[in-house]
Every structure is written in structure tokens, then in C-alpha cells.
Design a protein around this ligand. Structure first.
Ligand SMILES: CC(C)(COP(=O)(O)OP(=O)(O)OC[C@H]1O[C@@H](n2cnc3c(N)ncnc32)[C@H](O)[C@@H]1OP(=O)(O)O)[C@@H](O)C(=O)NCCC(=O)NCCS
Length: 182
């Protein structure tokens, strides 16, 4: 499955993306805010592609201007979502991009096409999103895409970092998404 926007191509991760992945995932401003450690080698990035990213509905974000992979965006099914107790017809949206590309509206652009895919192709009725307390950038993306605040949970485990955090959750229903796109 490939999805396209004006500036981006979203396509499945490939092992040959390990160099680009390492280039952006080694930056300590990206992984820890999402709940994972910065990558320490291109080999580690390759293993992450093989074991984590090369799954259905997780997409490499390719910046068409330079053909580089600059980030990742996912729709997680209830069985693989970070958010507990999603219903059968609900999905969780997750994303990150490399620091040099922050602030250009790239993730909202990628999210819009993925939300359309969720609601029109995958039979989803509600997409959820979450961010840890203090992640104002992610909160802004969620607002721009029409997500509404739902609730906050304290002491949420962050297993890869061995800590707990406060997490805020938002959601976008199909009905609200349709109203926005009318
Ligand atoms: C959160 C993230 C995906 C946003 O993607 P993006 O494509 O930069 O999104 P936008 O361009 O819409 O910017 C969103 C907000 O980030 C802030 N921002 C912009 N440039 C920034 C910069 N250089 N540094 C810090 N914040 C910045 C702004 O508040 C902006 O909102 P605005 O457009 O209303 O001013 C990206 O910052 C990122 O990958 N962060 C690290 C990983 C992460 O937090 N993932 C989400 C986990 S829940």
C-alpha cells in the first residue's frame, strides 16, 4: 500500500532505509519523547526496521523533494496499539519525523491522508492519539488534524525506557472527520 500527498510518499519500510532511519533516529530529540532510546548504530536501525517497522499500516515518510525517508507514521490496530482497550473498529495514530523537517506541516499532511485511509478503506470508526505530558508539538498536530481531548492517565508505563509518565489522549471520530471534510 502506498499513499501520496503533495510533498510526501508514504510506503512500507524497507531494509534499505536503515541509513536514513539511523540519520534521524540517532537524535535524542526524537525517540525519548516518543518512549524509545535514540538509535546507536545503523545496524540497530536495521533491526528496528525488521522487528518493529516492517508491519502493516506502518509507513516510511518519504520526502519527495530529496527522496529521503524522514520519519514514520502508523495506524496501530487494537492488538498492537500503545493505548489499552481499543475497540475492534478503533485505531491509534503514531508518528515522528527528523528534526530538520519539524515545523513544515509535514506530519499533519501525512496524517490527513492516513486518516482518510483509516476511515474510508479500513472501516475505522474512531482514531485515537496520545502524547506524553509536555509534548506540545504532538499536541498541536493532533489539534490541527481535528482530534479532541479525551482524558489523561498518570503513571503510564514506558517499557523501553523503564519509567512511567503522564499521558494525554485525544480522539477523532469518523463523524467528526466527515464533518471537517464536507
Ligand atoms: C510532533 C511532530 C511529529 C510534529 O511534526 P511536524 O511535521 O513538525 O508538525 P508541524 O509542522 O505541524 O508543527 C507542529 C508544532 O510543532 C512546533 N514546532 C515547529 N517547529 C518546531 C521546532 N523547530 N522545534 C520545536 N517545535 C517546533 C510548533 O508549535 C508547531 O505548531 P504550529 O505550526 O502551530 O506553530 C515532530 O515535532 C516530531 O517528530 N517530534 C518528535 C517525536 C514526537 O513527538 N512524536 C509524537 C509522539 S506522541
Amino acid at each position: 500500500m502506498k499513499l501520496e500527498t503533495k510533498r510526501l510518499m508514504l510506503r512500507p519500510w524497507q531494509e534499505s532505509d536503515s541509513k536514513d532511519l539511523y540519520n534521524y533516529a540517532k537524535d535524542s530529540r526524537v525517540g525519548p519523547i516518543c518512549g524509545w532510546q535514540p538509535h546507536s548504530s545503523e545496524e540497530e536501525s536495521l533491526q528496528v526496521i525488521k522487528n518493529v517497522l516492517a508491519v502493516d499500516e506502518t509507513y516510511a515518510i518519504v520526502y519527495k523533494e530529496n527522496c529521503e525517508v524522514i520519519g514514520s507514521i502508523s495506524l496501530f490496530a487494537p492488538s498492537s496499539a500503545n493505548i489499552q482497550s481499543l475497540k475492534e473498529d478503533e485505531l491509534e495514530l503514531g508518528f515522528w519525523i527528523g528534526v530538520p523537517f519539524w515545523g513544515k506541516g509535514i506530519v499533519p499532511e501525512a496524517s490527513e491522508v492516513l486518516l482518510r485511509h483509516a476511515f474510508e478503506d479500513l472501516g475505522c470508526m474512531t482514531v485515537w492519539c496520545g502524547c506524553y505530558d509536555g509534548n506540545e508539538q504532538s499536541k498541536r498536530v493532533q489539534e490541527k488534524c481535528g482530534f479532541s481531548y479525551e482524558h489523561t492517565e498518570a503513571d503510564v508505563p514506558v517499557p523501553l525506557l523503564g519509567e512511567t509518565r503522564t499521558e494525554h489522549f485525544t480522539k477523532l471520530t469518523k463523524q467528526d472527520w466527515e464533518a471537517r471534510n464536507r
